[in-house]
Design a protein around this ligand. Sequence first.
Ligand SMILES: Cc1cc2nc3c(=O)[nH]c(=O)nc-3n(C[C@H](O)[C@H](O)[C@H](O)COP(=O)(O)O)c2cc1C
Length: 171
Amino acid sequence: MDFFETVHQRASVRNFSPCEIHEAQWEAMLRAAMAAPSAVNRQPWDFVLVRDREVLTRLAETLPYARMTAEAAGAVLVCATPERAYDGSTEFAVIDASLACQNLLLAATALGLGAVWTAVYPEKEREAAVRAILGVPEAVIPLALVPIGKPFGPVAAKDKFRRESIHEGSW
Ligand SMILES: Cc1cc2nc3c(=O)[nH]c(=O)nc-3n(C[C@H](O)[C@H](O)[C@H](O)COP(=O)(O)O)c2cc1C
């Protein structure tokens, strides 16, 4: 898929049909995630790939806005790892891991799959719940859970272009 087509077709997908995502497709998505830029190229991210149906269901039951995880083919927990970030910074780790997450969402779209960013960070209760289910260490921030699967029904991207958000030359 052409880059601009991918960017403009990406939309949050919250309903999934059963499907199998092949090993090569997971790898392609995770490679795209890790191709993201990061401050001083520190790459302060980690990923937990979840494909076990029982675990997906537990995550869906635990996270209030991630119910669709139960129907997804799998999910990727995108983590920010401050101890590997520039200056040990939580802020840089979160920014860098967010860019990786966006690449993951775009890669899913390019493969004809659907995905959605569901928030874990900065909700402390959700972070604790995800740590407990997936064994994420205290020093690592579970940033977002991204369920991925075959979209159920058509995916309609929103047009978000606002000319008034562009400030030419100065504000
Ligand atoms: C930081 C962040 C947190 C989000 N959290 C959730 C969430 O918990 N559950 C959900 O269904 N969507 C979540 N979303 C998806 C947004 O609702 C979605 O991106 C937004 O409505 C724009 O729609 P679009 O992605 O289809 O363009 C989140 C997105 C971001 C960037």
